[in-house]
Write a protein of this length. Structure first.
Length: 455
């Protein structure tokens, strides 16, 4: 964004710019003779020269996911969100967009940038990449900055949801400050429910109620056309919520033991397989995803985060509701954070750390949340995005993070575990292996991956 700041400087003093040129993003100046007081004929004391901040003239490179960038406006909205930080710190912010196919790919590309010597000063770190960033030494803690600026930490903790404040703490060190988060809920196409004579279930509905809805919503319509009830959870993040509902996970909470072959995990895989086999759910299709299937009414229910609101809004689907994923054995609610972290290779540590705190502040969080349909981690944020305007049923769920909420599992071997899950799930749904065989084989692969990259 240097060009923008240079234009500002030229607008302030074109003559000075022509005389001395513009270096960096600092303001050009020329030496002037001492000021005179014509009334007394005496010289006044020279005013002391203004001391520029340490950050003056610096450019802060921030790597962000391509999914955070507007398709229509490019980086302009993101750049605008950092203008206040630029002005307060007399620096420029350069947005570096990392295109990727999923978060695992994003982290791999970010790692390549850093290793090649082209790393940023600050990078957007998805929840999936948290521990991987620590394992690879990509980020450095904020504690030195916090020790020097205790007021920054005090303000942050006062304004951030309690359960999220230390979500990026590892071995007593804080590596990031959550500015937003996502959770996983069931999204319901109310047109489909109404046509089937069903009401929106209670937010905390039971497993028996869920099975009833599956049966009713998979019946043919009035014209005899095939209908599906549910888009099964076919990717790592949303499947993690279903594992929590079954009282299990990919691993245990300490990331020491793989539990993907537990009885509960196998049972969940069987539920998904039987749903496809019996025509309750369609076969997952990467070219016709769960979002579009819900919008089209191809399915009546799907699992997604708050990002689904933008998809519904863009496709003029207003008659929707959200409820929690039905509880089989546990009520544990999943969440995943998003934050910015200081790159281990930066030469601008203080400036980058200050920017981390800036992105966790109310002004930045409010703008970002309304642009992206993420859930603000900062308290008191005014949401004005389509979800708020449309008044979708049960929207208050998005401002309620239960005390028993737990982060999506993101071990250092996340990329490997995610890929193993994808292959296994596809294979099981295609009938190539049984749910039990798939879970057991995947668990062995996961154990090898964890052993190669332990936490």
């Amino acid at each position: 964004m240097r060009r923008k700041r240079m234009k500002k400087a030229i607008a302030v003093s074109t003559t000075l710019a022509l005389l001395t040129g513009l270096a960096g993003c600092g303001t050009a100046s020329v030496e002037e003779s001492p000021a005179q007081t014509f009334e007394s004929g005496e010289e006044t004391a020279e005013e002391p020269a203004e001391v520029e901040p340490v950050s003056a003239g610096k450019t802060l490179k921030i790597a962000v996911s391509s999914s955070s960038i507007s398709e229509k406006e490019g980086t302009a909205p993101m750049e605008a969100m950092f203008e206040k930080f630029e002005e307060e710190n007399d620096c420029d912010v350069e947005i570096v967009v990392v295109a990727h196919d999923g978060w695992a790919d994003y982290m791999t590309k970010l790692q390549t940038m850093i290793i090649s010597g082209n790393g940023p000063d600050l990078f957007q770190n998805p929840h999936e990449g948290g521990r991987m960033a620590n394992s690879l030494g990509l980020s450095q803690p904020l504690n030195d900055y916090m020790d020097a600026h205790p007021e920054a930490w005090e303000e942050y903790t006062a304004n951030t949801i309690n359960v999220l404040q230390k979500a990026r703490e590892v071995d007593g060190k804080i590596y990031g400050l959550p500015c937003f988060y996502q959770t996983t809920y069931m999204w319901l196409n109310m047109d489909r429910l109404e046509a089937a004579g069903l009401d929106v279930p209670d937010v905390d509905w039971t497993w028996d109620e869920f099975e009833h809805y599956l049966e009713v919503l998979s019946q043919p319509d009035a014209d005899g056309n095939k209908q599906y009830a549910w888009a099964i959870p076919d990717y790592y993040f949303v499947y993690n919520q279903w594992l929590y509902s079954f009282g299990t996970g990919y691993m245990d909470d300490e990331y020491k033991e793989v539990t993907f072959d537990s009885e509960a995990s196998i049972e969940l895989m069987e539920v998904c397989y039987e749903a496809v086999k019996n025509g309750i759910a369609p076969m997952p299709d990467k070219n016709y995803d769960y979002q579009q299937q819900l919008v089209d009414g191809h399915v009546a229910m799907t699992t997604a985060g708050r990002w689904m609101v933008n998809y519904c809004n863009n496709n003029d689907l207003d008659n929707v509701a959200v409820v929690r994923v039905p509880q089989k054995y546990s009520s544990r609610q999943e969440y995943a954070i998003g934050n910015f972290e200081v790159c281990s290779s930066t030469d601008n540590y203080d400036l980058a750390a200050a920017c981390c705190f800036y992105t966790a502040g109310k002004d930045w969080v409010e703008k970002y949340s309304n642009d992206t349909a993420n859930i603000p981690a900062c308290k008191g944020v005014n949401l004005t995005d389509p979800l708020t305007d449309k008044g979708y049923t049960n929207m208050e769920l998005f401002s309620d993070l239960p005390d028993n909420s737990y982060p999506m599992q993101n071990p250092s071997s996340f990329t490997e575990l995610s890929n193993i899950f994808d292959r296994t799930f596809t294979s099981v749904m295609a009938g190539e292996v049984t749910p039990e065989e798939g879970c057991k084989n995947a668990a062995e692969e996961m154990r090898a991956a964890v052993a190669a990259n332990p936490d």
